[in-house]
Design a protein around this ligand. Structure first.
Ligand SMILES: [Zn+2]
Length: 559
């Protein structure tokens, strides 16, 4: 490995020989990037392949190899001298070339997140692993009998006896009490690490590391709150009426356990919607490939490298991975012929086309999505089609009558699903922000204040328990949850732009996207190709003519 001083000497020589000195800092930066990419590129490819092998085989030696490579890469990014160099380059303000400055920024944040004190980092990792293990082994009890999460969910979905629902709900919260103390300790340790790196707290640091600012997110969430307030009140009144009737109680007697999951984050199953019948004898892979080809995005090469069906030892979930940033993009699925796997396959292929169609001219370090939530948005945009009646009619060859049947329930269901999720995401975002700002406050009371305000669910009388701590995301994926909501907002913003500005339609009622090459071309040119060349909000502005907003999500789902 060349040291920095050698690099600088080489550079000075270069400048002298060439006889012009455009900008020493920029030259230094370019040298640094070249040598850095030379180091990390082969390792990152090897690491991606190792994780892929691990996920597809389930073999422990593959997992070990993957972890080793991850550690090796982390070591590069934790080098304090290189970090200082990047910090100085940034502070100098001399790296002005746009693509170079962008790469410097990406590098600076990658190094910054790995500058935690090794001892403190070790304590944080081991405590969070301990809590995570506690989560996976803890079983709540009903009348002294242990119950699994699935059993709790089943009771909340189907039971009509309020007493039994109450017991199941209480059982779901017991893990909160079991982990709360450790979790508060973990949050304080995370804050400690963040303040040492010059941040106010861990929440502001986590956001800054992915180019998000509290004020910016506050504004988006406030807009979403305002725009969904009235419709949510109406929708929830309607829902409460049905839930109360189902359990034979008065609306005024409804408690948190009358909703169909422990946090009221999902849609209660009161509006029947079974789309599986339409997908029962269909080839999901073929449908997805045909659809993407029809909009001019070829996924054949992706599918050829992918692992699509269930197998012993294989990861049971789904994901997409960009192996080499040179076109080897793969998805892992466990496809079955039902609606949920249609959604998932379209979703993962959405991530895949984003990765596949980055402009190869864009520098290696920027050949990635602009943000985790922008690729999520594209994936959601395509995933939503599996429930879109117009799309289903075109792709599955349904009759008008069948389409009308789907429309009757699916629009209502989508509206409920999105509104319920939006209000729940507000609880998660605002609570987490306040949690890191002051972990010593009365968190139990804070949680219920937010649940009452955003979800309109009343705290059970006298309840004072760490119900918030039962949500595993605070432990395993801190300060990330809001990105799911931002993804939904952007998916709707892209949809709106395509329908009203590109297709120039008056309504999105009949939009199926099937065969609409203009949609694929727009995504490719305006979203995928740029990769991470711009800040996420600049990319959105360039693509849709305005920064991220909640308006179009509301326009699409609140009718
Ligand atoms: Zn995704």
């Amino acid at each position: 490995m060349k040291t920095l001083s050698t690099l600088i000497i080489l550079l000075t020589v270069n400048v002298l020989v060439l006889g012009c000195a455009p900008n020493t800092k920029e030259n230094e930066m370019q040298q640094f990037i070249t040598s850095h990419v030379k180091k990390v590129r082969p390792l990152q490819k090897e690491q991606s392949l190792a994780w892929w092998d691990a996920a597809t085989t389930g073999k422990s030696e593959d997992y070990d190899r993957a972890s080793e490579l991850t550690l090796k890469i982390r070591q590069i990014y934790s080098d304090p001298r290189e970090f200082e160099f990047l910090k100085d380059s940034k502070a100098s303000g001399q790296v002005k070339d746009a693509a170079l400055a962008r790469q410097l920024d990406v590098l600076y944040r990658s190094y910054l997140r790995n500058q935690m004190e090794p001892e403190l980092l070790k304590t944080i990792v081991s405590l969070s692993t301990e809590i995570e293990e506690n989560f996976s082994t803890f079983r709540g009890t009903i009348a002294g009998e242990k119950v699994t999460d699935n059993e709790i969910k089943e009771i909340l979905k189907t039971q009509t006896d309020s007493g039994q629902r109450n017991q199941a709900w209480l059982a779901s919260k017991q893990v909160g009490s079991a982990v709360a103390e450790d979790l508060v300790r973990l949050i304080k340790l995370r804050n400690q690490a963040a303040t040492k790196l010059g941040f106010e707290n861990y929440h502001t640091m986590a956001l800054a590391l992915v180019e998000q600012e509290v004020e910016e997110l506050d504004k988006i969430f406030a807009e979403l709150y305002e725009l969904t307030n009235e419709p949510f009140v109406a929708l929830k009144a309607d829902l409460d009426e049905k839930l109360a009737a189902n359990c034979g109680v008065e609306i005024s007697e409804l408690k948190p356990w009358h909703y169909h999951d422990p946090f009221f984050q999902e849609t209660p199953m009161v509006y029947a919607l079974d789309l599986d019948v339409y997908y029962a004898d269909k080839d999901i892979k073929k449908l997805a490939a045909e659809f993407y080809a029809g909009i001019g995005l070829n996924v054949e090469s992706v599918l050829a490298n992918s692992d699509l069906y269930e197998r012993e030892g294989k990861n049971p979930h789904a994901f997409c991975t960009d192996i080499d940033k040179e076109g080897d993009v793969r998805i892992l699925c466990n496809i079955k012929s039902n609606e949920s796997w249609m959604e998932t396959t379209l979703h993962e292929l959405g991530h895949a086309v984003y990765d596949k169609y980055h402009d190869p001219e864009v520098p290696y370090l920027l050949r990635q999505p602009a943000h985790a939530f922008t690729t999520e948005a594209v994936a959601m945009f395509f995933g939503r089609l599996s429930r879109n009646p117009a799309w289903m009619q075109r792709m599955l060859g349904l009759s008008d009558q069948q389409r009308r049947e789907i429309e009757e329930v699916s629009d209502r269901y989508m509206q409920l699903k999105q509104l319920i999720f939006a209000r729940w995401a507000m609880v998660m975002y605002n609570f987490e922000k306040a949690l890191y700002a002051d972990p010593d406050q009365d968190l139990n009371a804070l949680w219920w204040r937010m649940v009452e305000q955003y979800q309109l669910v009343k705290k059970p009388e006298g309840r004072d328990a760490p119900d918030w701590a039962a949500k595993i995301h605070f432990t395993v994926a801190p300060c990330y949850y809001h990105n799911y909501m931002l993804g939904e907002l952007l998916a709707s913003q892209l949809h709106h732009y395509l329908v009203y500005k590109i297709f120039k339609l008056k309504s999105d009622e009949n939009v199926s996207y099937v065969g609409q090459a203009k949609a694929g071309a727009f995504m490719r040119k305006k979203v995928f190709e740029a990769g991470d060349l711009y800040h996420w909000n600049e990319m959105i502005d360039r693509a849709t003519g305005e920064p991220l907003t909640a308006k179009y999500f509301v326009a699409q789902f609140v009718k």
